[in-house]
Design a protein. Structure first.
Length: 388
């Protein structure tokens, strides 16, 4: 039996900020979910199941929050499923929801991911004590800076590339009302002058710590036919993972990422990603990950990712726009960050991305990764059904 086509008919985000002290976690997720339902012109009664995701529970200190969030998400008496795959969880959550529809288990599913980092301290939560890891600098940046250095050494990239990415993404964020960081005075010189946190990663080349949530309504072909506006159609989606450490692991271009992208491209009939894909929302928490992922996702040859960045190919008006919304560098509610990438890709092909819309975008890739570059989730969405 063939799979049921999956459509995105409603998308909702909160405004991502450092601290949403005006709402509880339940209020935060309800806000995003309500906006997604309004976009699809549906009610809570139209939802068959809810799939929720977030990063580790110790980021807020609330264990198994999905249990007490059932009320806020209209899930009382309905199936509710929790997903967790570290930083890639927002993407994985959307894929689990999509698969429930593709398998005809449910017809219409609400999927949502969130983080309320202001209620804990993710940086110190990610700083494991000796003897569990070496005495690196605090936070995820201390782990990833080594891999950035490896990328620079391997590719011969100049040390200005991260600055270019940060400047581009922060300028893109000015066109996105939901982005956390709106730095109207951002310049290349300001990025260069920002403090060095984990050499070569500067303060302005890192993601913020955000509170926020993102939700989507996914439905089948019949549900899409009733939608008030043209949906985004899922053309391919996949998840892959690999161990954090193993002999021969390539931190610059992880095999799990390459395998995940290859599966998505196979499903979608993509033979030349650079030619066939119009826009990309990729998970870039530290600026150097743009050129690294451009290679990992086959948009550039090995060692050539930085050249695309330097040439302006990834700019909003470039040949392959990347992180039109401002990306993770401009808003990072960790549990939701991957779903935001997926949702922003869907907005692009629906022509509803507002001031950061790419003209004529017909196919867009959403990308998420997590852990020690070990968990990957991706989907490719289009403006037309996959069989058209």
């Amino acid at each position: 039996m063939s799979k049921e086509p999956v459509a995105v008919t409603g998308i909702g985000q909160t405004r991502h900020v450092a601290a949403r002290r005006d709402v509880s976690i339940a209020g935060l997720v309800r806000e995003a979910a309500t906006r997604a339902l309004q976009g699809a012109e549906l009610t809570w009664a139209d939802i068959d199941a809810v799939v929720i995701g977030k990063a580790p529970d110790f980021f807020e200190g609330v264990m198994m929050p999905e249990l007490y969030l059932a009320d806020a998400l209209g899930a009382v008496g309905k199936p509710l499923l929790r997903v967790h795959t570290a930083g890639s969880v927002g993407g994985s959550t959307a894929l689990v929801a999509a698969n429930l529809i593709a398998a005809r288990v449910h017809r219409t599913v609400l999927t949502l991911a969130f983080e309320k980092q202001s209620e804990s301290n993710a940086m110190w939560g990610l700083s494991l004590p000796i003897p569990f890891q070496q005495p690196l600098l605090a936070g995820a940046g201390g782990f990833f800076a080594l891999h950035v250095r490896a990328c620079m050494r391997r590719s011969g990239a100049p040390d200005t590339i991260g600055v270019l990415v940060a400047h581009k993404d922060r300028r893109n964020a000015l066109k996105n009302p939901y982005a956390h960081l709106h730095e109207h005075d951002i310049t290349l010189e300001k990025v260069v002058a920002s403090p060095m946190l984990w050499d070569p990663i500067r303060y302005s080349e890192t993601c913020p710590s955000s509170d926020g949530a993102c939700a989507m309504v996914l439905t089948d072909r019949a549900g899409a036919a009733r939608a008030p506006r043209p949906p985004a159609w899922l053309h391919g989606g996949a998840m892959r993972s690999e161990p954090t450490l193993f002999a021969g692991k390539d931190f610059v271009s992880p095999q799990a990422g390459k395998c995940c992208a290859a599966d998505v491209y196979r499903q979608a009939g993509i033979t030349d990603p650079r030619r066939d894909i119009d826009a990309v929302e990729m998970y870039v928490p530290f600026s150097w990950y743009e050129p690294m992922w451009l290679e990992n996702l086959r948009f550039a040859a090995p060692g050539g990712g930085w050249k695309l960045t330097e040439a302006g190919v990834a700019a909003l008006d470039g040949d392959l726009p990347v992180n039109m919304s401002g990306g993770v560098l401009s808003a990072n509610p960790i549990g939701a960050s991957g779903m935001i990438r997926f949702a922003e890709a869907a907005l692009q092909v629906r022509g509803r991305a507002g001031d950061h819309q790419v003209d004529g975008a017909r196919r867009a890739l959403g990308h998420a990764y997590g852990g020690g570059s070990q968990f990957f989730a991706m989907w490719l969405v289009g403006s037309e059904p996959p069989d058209s």
